[in-house]
Design a protein around this ligand. Structure first.
Ligand code: HEM
Length: 525
């Protein structure tokens, strides 16, 4: 009997090992049916050399992108970028970007790439969440339009969160971990808009929401095994709101006031949706969880990078003093009131964030799409790609190209707030009302943080550019402006490095800075 059990375990082990080996073998040696004439960066041509390049993509993707850009993209040729996690990608030259943007989703789909990268069928709690982008519509129609009315709440939250994380001591310097404190601050501000008070200040809720966001990327594929963390917090709240809406529809009372947060907007949209599944409290809470992931991690990384870029610059002291002067001046003109227009006029704050996203953004490839047309697709240079191929451009390379940005590897905080030849190159392809307003505020001279272009793809570009970027910009500008106004920060001699893992770029997670509350600011804000 014992022998039988041992044999079963052994056989099971052998099956698992051979499955893993066959997966590794296919990842290393698969050409993904790509045409022979397409060159692979980092490889010489033989199957073994390609396998080595795939293996080394774990640590060499930045090198591959730099090499591929000058060897192929600049010569208007596509090339293959090895990727051990999600398979090879075809990187097309910038001259073919316009063509890529114009392809319909039925031929080249951005959604499919995200589904695969995030293992969305397993991680995203419900298959509809990636297939039907309901929250994209809620973000575009509701969240972006509510930025003005929501500013006061967001300011309230920034002030509270900064005091909690960085303290109010005006005498002694305090050492703070940048990533952790920014994670707490951004999570609080975002949740103020997503779920409102009191939940946005509930420690257990914030902890659960934070661990969900981190785990989607770290344990893609296993997240479904985690308990439905939102259940105890969100579901009863949604039920209650639904009851309130229904009651008010039946017996309207003048004292009834809807809350202005994501849950309320999502409820409104859900009731208009044709699919009854979309109206359940469960589905709304799942969509909220996924949105928190998209919204929070990206802003935390951006804020962390911006602070390190600013304080490690040889011009840190001058940058910070100019930023502070700008905030004081613009705020003074509004009698101390943080309005949307006042923020729009803070062009140095805007630029300091945009410049960090250019230099250190976490997106290395821009506009990555998957060929979904069953017959495949033919690139403008005649190369035919089979279905399943991933195609994109190298955002990292264009962001670091001297011909697009002079001093491309230097953090130049006011690059985008001083009119320059770089700014003149920006062409806004996806202008909408809010984007136009942001550009007008900058008198059309310089690109705003939210403006995407052929040379700025930190929010991606085209139809599927990040719909949350208006909210993100608002939240990031409010946070940076408050920091500049209320804290002194000791400059750093050297910037702690960002880490590349395959094609993802992470900020320094453990590095610290020293901060001190500025005299006269405590209780003044
Ligand atoms: C600095 C902060 C942010 C950055 C850098 C960023 C960046 C991006 C990028 C690069 C994409 C395109 C991904 C792709 O398909 O290739 C994207 C998509 C998306 N982002 Fe953001 N994002 C930020 C903040 C936000 C916020 C605050 C929200 C929500 C309020 C949000 C919601 C979304 C959604 C829903 C999509 C998917 C759009 C679609 O599939 O068409 N993002 N974001």
């Amino acid at each position: 009997m014992l022998l039988d059990a041992d044999l079963t375990v052994l056989l099971f082990g052998l099956v698992v090992v051979s499955l893993v080996l066959s997966h590794i073998h296919s990842r290393l040696f698969s050409r993904a049916s790509l045409p022979d004439e397409l060159p692979w960066v980092g490889a010489k041509g033989s199957a073994l050399s390609r396998a080595k390049a795939v293996l080394l993509s774990v640590v060499k993707t930045r090198q591959y992108l730099e090499e591929g850009y000058y060897k192929y993209s600049k010569q208007n040729k596509p090339y293959v970028l090895p990727n051990i996690l999600t398979g090879p990608e075809v990187i097309i030259p910038m001259s073919q970007l316009r063509w890529l943007l114009e392809q319909p989703d039925s031929i080249l789909s951005q959604n499919e790439v995200n589904r695969q990268f995030l293992e969305a069928d397993y991680t995203m709690l419900h298959p509809n969440i990636i297939r039907d982008t309901v929250h994209e519509r809620v973000i575009r129609r509701e969240m972006t339009n509510q930025l003005g009315p929501l500013t006061e709440d967001m300011v309230d939250e920034v002030e509270f969160a900064l005091e909690q994380n960085w303290g109010v001591d005006t005498e002694e310097w305090r050492e703070v971990p940048v990533y952790d404190t920014m994670a707490d601050i951004i999570r609080r501000i975002s949740n103020r808009v997503l779920v409102g008070v009191p939940l946005c200040r509930d420690k257990d809720y914030l902890k659960s929401s934070g661990s969900f966001s981190r785990n989607v990327v770290i344990t893609a594929g296993m997240i479904n095994l985690l308990p439905h963390f939102l259940r105890p917090y969100i579901i009863p709240m949604i039920q209650k709101r639904k009851e309130q809406i229904a009651k008010n529809e039946k017996f309207p009372v003048s004292s009834y006031k809807e809350q202005n947060d994501y849950i309320q907007w999502a409820l409104r949209h859900a009731f208009k949706h044709w699919d009854p599944n979309e109206r359940t409290s469960e589905m709304i809470s799942k969509r909220l969880a996924v949105l928190s992931f998209a919204a929070i991690q990206s802003s935390v990384i951006t804020m962390t990078n911006t602070l390190f870029d600013l304080v490690s610059s040889p011009f840190a002291a001058g940058f910070m003093s100019d930023l502070r002067n700008e905030v004081e001046l613009e705020l003074g003109q509004e009698s101390g009131s943080w309005t949307k227009t006042c923020l729009a006029r803070m062009t140095h704050i805007d630029s300091a964030l945009r410049e960090s996203m250019r230099l250190c953004g976490f997106v290395s490839r821009g506009v990555l799409k998957m060929v979904v047309a069953p017959e495949g697709v033919t690139l403008p240079d005649g190369t035919h790609l089979p279905p399943g191929t991933k195609v994109g451009v190298s955002a990292y390379s264009i962001h670091h190209d001297e011909s697009a940005y002079s001093g491309a590897y230097i953090y130049d905080a006011f690059r985008f707030s001083r009119p320059s030849k770089d700014a003149a190159k920006v062409e806004c392809v996806t202008a909408n009302k809010a984007e136009k307003a942001a550009r007008d505020a900058l008198k059309g001279k310089t690109p705003a943080l939210v403006t995407t272009s052929d040379t700025f793809m930190a929010f991606s570009h085209g139809r599927h550019a990040c719909p949350g970027r208006f909210f993100a910009a608002h939240q990031l500008k409010l946070t940076l402006a408050h920091i500049m106004l209320n804290y002194d920060i000791e400059p750093l001699a050297e910037r702690p490095e960002n880490k590349w893992l395959v094609s993802s770029i992470g900020p320094p997670m453990k590095s610290t800075i020293r901060v001190k509350r500025r005299p006269g600011t405590v209780g003044a804000i």
